[in-house]
Structures are given as C-alpha cells and as structure tokens.
Design a protein around this ligand. Structure first.
Ligand code: NAP
Length: 547
C-alpha cells in the first residue's frame, strides 16, 4: 500500500483469530506480518499443554469455517480433540494455507505507538525490532495472561511446580508423587483425573466448586466424519445463529412449560448426551430466570451427590451459586476421580492457602505435603494481556489506563483514541465459541479496512459516543441475566478472579446471532459508529462517513 511503511498490517498472536486475520489480510494484497511469542502456532492450544487438556466444544464447530480445503482435508478423531490434536490441526492449517513464512515466532509485542502525523503505528518487540504499519490487529487471546496467586514462599518450594497455562513441552512423570492441584476451573477439572492415574496422591485445593458437565467423549467413526463434512454449510449457518455460536440444538420451552417430572426427564436427557447441551437444550429461560436456573443447578447437585461416594466431599463439590455464573467446565471423570483412594479435596474457601513451604502448602490450620504443585489458577482475562504492553493511541493515551477501570470498546473490536487498531476477542466482544466468534470479527475487520481503501481513508476510529453506547448496552444486557446477581461467583468474565482488578463486565452477553447482525448492519450502513481520516487531510481533520 505504501512504500514508507514496513507492513500494511501487523497481527498479534497465532491462534484462531490471528491466523485467520493473517490469511484474509494477505488475500487483500496487504503486506502483513504476524508476531507470535511462542515457537509454533496454536495460541491457547500452544501454551495450555497440561495433562488432560482438550476442547470443551465439539470438534466440528470448534474449528475454522472459511477454508473449503481445510474442511475437506482435515479429519477429527474424536468429539473433543486433545491439545495435541488441536496443535496438529493448527500446524496443518498454517502449512496448508502457506502462512508460516509470514509469521515471526518467539517475537512478543512490547509496545505500539500511534504516530498521528503519518497515520501509522510504530510497533516494538521484545527482541528490539521496530516496525511501522497502517493497521494493528491484536488477536493476543482473551485467556493468554496466566494468573499465579501471590502466595508467600513459592520460591522456597523444594519440589516442582507448574502452571497449567504455561505447561512445559517435556513429559512430566507423576509416578509415586504427591501432587497438589490449586484451582478447580476448566483447567483444574481436566488435570485432576489424568494426574490421578499415575500420582501417589492428588490433593485438590478448592476455593469455589464448579458445575462440571459430563463431556461424554467418544471417537468419531468414518461415517460420522463423512456426515459432518457433508453438513458443514449448515453447521456454520446454525452456529452463527446460536446464542454461544455453537452448533447445538436450542430448546423452545421454559422450565415452567414442563411438569416437575418432565423437567427432570429433560435435564436427564441432556446430561446423558453430554457437553454444553445441558445449558442450551433444557430450558430456554435457564440464563434469565432464577427459578429455572435453580432447578437445573439442583439437578447437577443431585448428580454430584449420586456420583461421589463420600457425602462430605460431595457436599463440598456442590456449587451454591446459579449455574453458568461461572463458565461451566466439561468433565472427563472429574467427580468420579474423588472416589479414588489417592484423591482428596481440601476446602480453602474460608481457610485459604497462606504459605508455600519447602515441603508443601500451609493453610491457617493444616500443612499438606507435596512433591509437585500444579497451579490451575486461571487468567487475567480479556483486558489483562494489554496491561503488560505499552500501547499508546492519540495524545499518548495508554490502552492499559483506558481499560484499567471500565473496559471500553465499540463492538468488542475498536477503541476511541486508538485509530486503526482492531482487537479480535477484545473487551465487550461476545461471550461465545471462540473460533466462530473470531472468524466473524476478522471478516468485519477486513470489511472495515476495505471500506477505508475504497474511500481513500488512512485511518478510522470509533466515536466516543458509539463506544459509550456499546459499553452501556453490554451492561444492560448482563443485568437481564442470572449472571449479574452472582455476586459470589468470582468469574473471570467479570474480572472478579484477579485481586485488585475492578469488577465489571468484560464480555457481551447479547448472543452471537444478535452480535453478528449488529456487525453486518454497521458495515452495510458504511460504519456510522466511526470517523475516518482522509488521505489528503493534512490538517488531520476527521470526516464523518456520512458527510
Ligand atoms: P478459572 O476458571 O479462572 O479457575 C481458576 C481456579 O483457580 C478457580 O477455581 C479459582 O478459585 C482458583 N484460584 C485462584 N486463586 C486461588 C487461590 N489463591 N487459592 C485457591 N484457589 C485459587 O481458570 P481456568 O480453569 O484456567 O479456566 C479459565 C477459562 O479458560 C475457562 O472458563 C474456559 O473458558 C477456558 N478453558 C477452557 C478449556 C476448554 O475448553 N477445554 C480448558 C481450560 C480453560 P475461585 O473460583 O474461587 O476464584
């Protein structure tokens, strides 16, 4: 596009969003480079290689929709692919679409500054590279900044310790070892039953229990694979309309439409089928109505009490907040693991871990010996990754400060004062199945850039009013759900899992279909929520698209 800049676009992160953005921007003949901190592609599936890691969404809609070649040539082996299978998939996509040569691995973005006189971003990396580009597309990942609780004494621990989200590449042998697992979110729930197979002891430190839905994994046979491939067009059509962008059936009845006996039958059927169907194919008011939610929540508690033989342990595993106030994990023998003699549960909700000792962990009342500690303690989600990077927009405004209290964005992808910066899976984007969501977002970003090119604009940014109204809209939507009242469920999508992080809405809960419609109408109306800077506008006046 320009001789005076290094690249038209710089993309951050080689996960689902970044690779799709790299592919599409290059298809537009824009010179594009992707910066990736890891040594290979995969994003969250590159870093989270802990034992038991696998998808919670079913393979056939937890993947790219856009490439007919990839859809035709890639075969999923099972309903929920493992981390290893996901990594192989990412490598396949990258090589099949010839993207690798445009990726700089082991390169981390450290800063980016908007140069207002030239309408370009000046990008810095950890290895001293300085690049200029017109468009900065961050697909750094909403769950890419792992959180390690600040517990005194970790340096003194004489054993090994690991974080699920920074898992080493080599195999770890747990045979004969006493393993402490801290955290019972989706990561902890996957790690516990697998480590328990070889460890001498597994002690799980639980602060808040989760509603763990049975995944019911199984291999896919050839007939199913053929059927999935033949149905892909419909799969994407359905996924884009479903509330969480998953190809799952959507029920039409609320809990009150059923007799108590039929309610139990509906819940039982979804429990047996497994996975997230329990959230969507049971009662259509589960997310909105406290009573409907409680019927489903109590059903799961009854299952926990039936599966876990020790009544005291079962009771500790029973959540007392509304189902979905935390993102429910899918389990692969999680509750069953507590029936093993080598697995025990410690409640640290009122008696927290106060210290790590050379030989284990201490609470106010007890000491627990351990050879290995696994921290499955989650992420500083969505806005966290920007906190460690010096991104400065107009007038030197720092993104980390803009997002410090109330995260601002328009449509989850653009921030006023940060022209030509697009945040894929950024704050106030939809809470939805990752691949489907980010593909829709990247398509919109390329539409926006095309619009700039068509009209000879060199910069676009959302108006403060459009950002304010999106922030307000996202907040109002949350208020209408059971999630807003879940004061005790310190969920990452409210920023409430990180000490000191202001509690506030980080995601849009209006549903994927509504969100995609909104993206379409914004693009079809020629981006009325934005102002554009014309190429010959040396005075840096912004011109309304409607002018
Ligand atoms: P998480 O859901 O935030 O869970 C972190 C866990 O660590 C919580 O149980 C938390 O307790 C606990 N914790 C934090 N600090 C602690 C402390 N000082 N003492 C004791 N416990 C402490 O994180 P995650 O499990 O990594 O999952 C995050 C998200 O990543 C998931 O919701 C999901 O969206 C995604 N994920 C997906 C998959 C998949 O699809 N297969 C797998 C893993 C993760 P509190 O609840 O009390 O804060």
């Amino acid at each position: 596009m320009s001789d005076s800049i290094d690249f038209d676009a710089v993309v951050i992160g080689a996960g689902f969003g970044g690779l799709r953005a790299l592919h599409d921007l290059r298809k537009m003949d824009l010179s594009t480079v992707l910066l990736e901190a890891g040594t290979d592609v995969g994003g969250v599936w590159y870093w989270n290689r802990y034992p038991g890691a696998r998808t919670d969404s079913e393979a056939w809609y937890y993947c790219y929709s856009f490439s007919k070649e990839v859809l035709a040539e890639w075969d999923w082996s099972q309903r929920y692919p493992t981390q290893d299978e996901m990594s192989r998939y990412f490598r396949f996509v990258t090589d099949r679409l010839d993207l690798r040569k445009h990726i700089r691995f082991q390169t981390r973005l450290t800063g980016a500054t908007w140069d207002e006189s030239a309408n370009v971003w000046l990008v810095q990396t950890n290895d001293g590279q300085s690049l200029t580009c017109r468009y900065l597309v961050s697909a750094a990942g909403p769950l890419s900044k792992p959180f390690l609780p600040d517990i005194p004494g970790l340096d003194s621990f004489a054993g090994e310790w690991y974080q699920t989200a920074f898992w080493p590449k080599h195999d770890i042998d747990f045979t004969g070892k006493r393993v402490a697992v801290v955290g019972t979110g989706a990561s902890g729930v996957q790690v516990v039953p697998v480590v328990a197979l070889s460890a001498a002891e597994v002690t799980v430190f639980q602060r808040t229990p989760n509603y763990v839905l049975p995944a019911r994994n199984r291999p896919l046979d050839e007939a199913e694979r053929v059927a999935i491939k033949a149905d892909y067009d419909n799969i994407w059509e359905r996924a884009r309309r479903q509330f969480y962008a998953m190809d799952l059936p959507v029920c039409e009845h609320g809990a009150a439409d059923y007799s108590p006996a039929d309610q139990q039958r509906v819940l039982e059927r979804a429990w047996e089928v497994g996975g997230f169907r329990f959230l969507f194919d049971t009662f259509n008011d589960l997310w909105l109505d406290g009573e409907a939610n409680e019927i489903a929540s109590e059903f799961i508690r009854s299952k926990i009490r039936a599966i876990v033989k020790d009544p005291a342990t079962a009771e500790l595993l029973c959540p007392q907040y509304p189902l979905a106030a935390k993102r429910p994990p899918c389990g692969h023998g999680y509750y069953e693991a507590y029936n093993r003699e080598n697995v025990s549960l410690v409640d640290v909700s009122k008696n927290p871990i106060t210290e790590i000792l050379p030989t284990g962990l201490r609470t106010a009342t007890d000491v627990y010996e351990a050879d290995v500690i696994i921290f499955a303690t989650g992420f500083d989600a969505i806005t966290g990754p920007a906190q460690g990077v010096d991104i400065r927009g107009r007038d030197g405004r720092r993104l980390s400060e803009v997002w410090e209290t109330v995260p601002r964005s328009y449509l989850g992808m653009a921030v006023d004062g940060f022209p030509n910066m697009f945040t894929v899976a950024g704050p106030l984007g939809p809470f939805a199945n990752g691949p489907t969501m980010v593909e829709g977002q990247v398509e919109w970003v390329t539409d926006a850039i095309s619009r700039m090119q068509r009209h000879g604009a060199v910069a676009m940014e959302p108006t403060p009013e459009s950002v304010d109204s999106w922030v307000q809209h996202a907040g109002e939507i949350l208020e209408g759900t059971v999630l807003a009242n879940a004061a005790t469920a310190n969920s990452w999508f409210l920023g409430a899992n990180i000490p000191g992080k202001p509690r506030g809405i980080l995601a849009y809960f209006g549903g994927a279909g509504t969100y995609f419609d909104r993206l379409d109408s914004e693009a079809e109306a020629d981006f009325p929520g934005f102002t554009f800077t014309a190429a010959d506008d040396t005075a840096q006046q912004t011109v309304s698209v409607n002018s």
